[in-house]
Design a protein around this ligand. Structure first.
Ligand SMILES: [Zn+2]
Length: 387
């Protein structure tokens, strides 16, 4: 391996910690996996108290799959106070949240790097709500409903169903990534830089209707929660409220009150199932919405919930295989364009993103071996000359 050292570049202990956490490993686990006698040494490298010797760093790089340069750079300034908004069930592990929190910063890094060469759609989002209060104050549901409709109008949408949310978001300047992760419940997070919104979803077993709802939910956070401070975000009652608000935004955006209530002419589950195919929203979200809009009363809602439980639909609803799959294409198209027009080679891009090729491929929704030209070559059949 060729190791280039730039004098201005220093070893970044934070990066070592990030690399380890991005693979979901504890200090003890990594230390033992790379054959260190004690985990204390690794702690010291991560705290910046000492610098790993070349052979140890090499083992770490290979084991965690990171390029050498990932661990070097100009000294990082203090970490920002930006909140990463998470949508996940309480049973999502801290470990997985951390992985996604790191992955979303990679998404931003990849996008920012591509943006130096290519022009992307401008961010075309309504102005977020700003109250100028230095404490958290809830937003009433009427305001949220209006904001959802305002978003639709700004994007020239009527009040009908939206099928391909990812495509719509990408067209209006939102950067979306759907990565694989081993979780039964959906896990998603979002971050923004100015008016640029980034959303990352860990999908694996998440259904299309859940993904669609989650995308709208994250947009809700951007529009409603610009001013939420970290100390408020960590308070349970504030956190619950902002989740309710983002959910309310999502259901108002996906199921506008006037058109949805007009179509809800019957309140049995079979009819909800028909509506699910049309509106691409889960039956359970539609029942919530029906109750929110007082189209059904308390008793009717309770009856429907009972039936849902009886049929086992709470965990697995029917007909998800008939909904449109959300597939981000913005970053994928951008990378393929640069490569096919020979503006940049795959290797150049990997160096610029300064990440493992498989991580880049996963975040940009490319085939996992996209950057691995050797693998591609390996697929070729070689012929031997006949004697
Ligand atoms: Zn949320």
């Amino acid at each position: 391996m060729e190791v280039k050292t730039n004098l201005k570049q220093v070893f970044l202990p934070e990066r070592l910690k990030e690399a380890r956490e991005s693979r979901g490993l504890t200090i003890r686990e990594l230390a033992s996996e790379i054959g260190l006698n004690t985990h204390q040494a690794l702690s010291k490298y991560e705290n910046g108290k000492s610098i790993p010797p070349a052979d140890v760093l090499l083992r770490i790089m290979n084991h965690l799959r990171f390029p050498y340069n990932y661990f070097f750079g100009e000294e990082l300034t203090s970490q920002s106070d930006q909140i990463v908004f998470f949508r996940s069930k309480a049973n999502t592990t801290v470990k997985l949240k951390k992985i996604h929190e790191i992955q979303i910063t990679w998404l931003i890094k990849i996008f920012n790097s591509l943006e130096k060469t290519l022009e992307f759609p401008d961010s075309d989002l309504p102005d977020p709500l700003i109250s100028n209060k230095d404490y958290f104050s809830p937003t009433d549901f009427k305001t949220i409903e209006d904001l959802a409709l305002k978003t639709r109008r700004q994007w020239n949408l009527n009040n009908g169903p939206i099928t391909d949310i990812t495509h719509l978001f990408e067209k209006h300047g939102i950067v979306v990534s759907i990565v694989k992760s081993n979780t039964a419940s959906i896990d998603a997070c979002s971050m923004w830089e100015g008016s640029k919104l980034f959303i990352l979803i860990g999908n694996e077993r998440a259904t299309p209707s859940r993904i669609k709802f989650t995308l709208a939910h994250e947009l809700g956070h951007y529009l409603l929660h610009q001013e939420v401070k970290k100390e408020d975000f960590n308070k349970k009652e504030v956190y619950n409220r902002i989740e309710d608000e983002a959910n309310y935004f999502a259901s108002s955006f996906l199921l506008p009150a006037d058109t949805f209530s007009e179509e809800l002419i019957s309140h049995n589950l079979d009819y909800y199932l028909l509506l699910k195919k049309r509106w691409q929203v889960s039956i359970q979200a539609m029942i919530f919405r029906s109750k929110e809009l007082n189209i059904i009363n308390e008793h009717q809602a309770a009856y429907l919930w009972k039936q849902i439980a009886k049929k086992g639909w709470r965990t697995k609803e029917p007909c998800d295989d008939q909904l449109i799959i959300e597939e981000p294409s913005l970053l994928k198209d951008a990378i393929e364009l640069l490569v096919s027009h020979q503006v940049k080679s795959k290797k150049q891009l990997c160096n610029e993103f300064n990440l493992d090729p498989e991580d880049i491929a996963s975040i940009a929704n490319l085939p996992i071996d996209y950057f691995d030209d050797n693998k591609a070559l390996g697929k070729l059949i070689t012929f031997k000359r006949k004697r």
